[in-house]
Unconditional design. Structure first.
Length: 123
């Protein structure tokens, strides 16, 4: 028998086990308490007496009355299908970025900036 056995009150647990057990129990308690507090905050509007009846779903549309050409097409695509609008946007953004990057490379080559070599011009 060693000193740790006697310090653990003779229960055969390692030294500090009771403290660890208390700590994990308190952590579980605080986690549960915080969960209940957050759920209470989320459910308070449902319990309010002045909440009234539920509102209808909001429909978000783009105003296309003054748009023409590709702007009208883009706004109508948004109004008709958010999925198609998202797909076209996700495809369009990298393509436009590539085009603008190629234009910037062309302009920089024309004014004498060489981005193909890794030599520093200051040295």
């Amino acid at each position: 028998m060693d000193i740790a056995f006697f310090l653990s009150q003779g229960k055969g647990y390692p030294l500090g086990f009771n403290m660890l057990l208390r700590r994990t129990t308190m952590q579980k308690f605080w986690k549960r308490l915080m969960f209940l507090a957050w759920m209470g905050l989320l459910l308070i509007p449902e319990l309010a007496l002045a909440s009234g009846e539920k509102a209808d779903l909001i429909v978000i549309v783009a105003d296309t009355r003054r748009l023409t050409g590709w702007e009208a097409w883009w706004a109508n695509l948004y109004n008709e299908s958010h999925a198609y609008f998202t797909a076209v946007t996700v495809i369009t953004i990298p393509v436009v970025g590539l085009i603008l990057g190629l234009i910037a490379d062309f302009v920089m080559k024309r004014i004498g900036i060489d981005l193909t070599s890794r030599e520093l011009s200051e040295h």
